[in-house]
Design a protein around this ligand. Structure first.
Ligand SMILES: [Zn+2]
Ligand SMILES: [Zn+2]
Length: 200
């Protein structure tokens, strides 16, 4: 088990030989808007990556990552397991002056992972790939009753004294509908697009 997924690209950069890395992650920490965030996994998440030289400073990363992400139920906040089976495939470019790896959009619309340390930390890359594939909002059960907005009681465990004052339709309006669109402010990953964008 490892905390930080890394791939060593030093010899690839020197001799154009291919590089591989694999391991299991029980969580993933990444940086977003200057703060450390954590993705929680229900069980060790296997990753496997291979990087092939394309010539010059460019290379191609491919592989797989299979995290079982733990997200909060949008209504009652209990843990919900979301299994993901991700196929990785990303162009990479080595630029020695780059301190922190970031994803850049190429003219073709394709994303390019730009990095400067040959001992490449894949945390942010795997986190972004995971979050882009994850649902914006999940429910632990389709008929989750949510929490009482007055006392916070979990209404899945039965009604509380405030039930009559908070119609269920109103709860639905505020928290979004399952599988439907959710207002951006309720998406915990709404800030993701700010992740690691290069400064102009
Ligand atoms: Zn729930
Ligand atoms: Zn209540």
């Amino acid at each position: 088990m490892t905390d930080t997924p890394r791939i060593h690209l030093g010899s690839l950069l020197r001799t154009s030989s291919d590089a591989q890395a694999e391991g299991e992650l029980d969580h993933l920490t990444y940086e977003q808007g200057g703060t450390r965030q954590t993705l929680r996994f229900a069980r060790p998440a296997p990753f496997e990556v291979a990087v092939n030289a394309l010539g010059g400073n460019e290379m191609y990363l491919q592989g797989s990552f299979e995290p079982t992400l733990i997200l909060d139920c949008a209504r009652c906040l209990r843990d919900v397991e979301v299994p993901l089976d991700l196929t990785l495939g990303t162009l990479m470019r080595y630029e020695p002056s780059v301190n922190t790896p970031y994803l850049e959009e190429a003219e073709t619309g394709e994303e390019v992972l730009v990095f400067g340390d040959p001992d490449l930390d894949l945390s942010d890359y795997l986190a972004e790939t995971t979050l882009l594939a994850a649902p914006l909002s999940v429910l632990h059960a389709p008929d989750c009753q949510g929490l009482c907005q007055v006392c916070g009681h979990d209404l899945n465990e039965g009604p509380c004294e405030h039930m009559a004052q908070v119609p269920v339709e109103e709860i639905d309006d505020e928290l979004g509908t399952p599988g439907g669109t959710v207002h951006a402010k309720q998406n915990p990953f709404a800030g993701l697009r700010d992740l690691k964008l290069p400064e102009d």
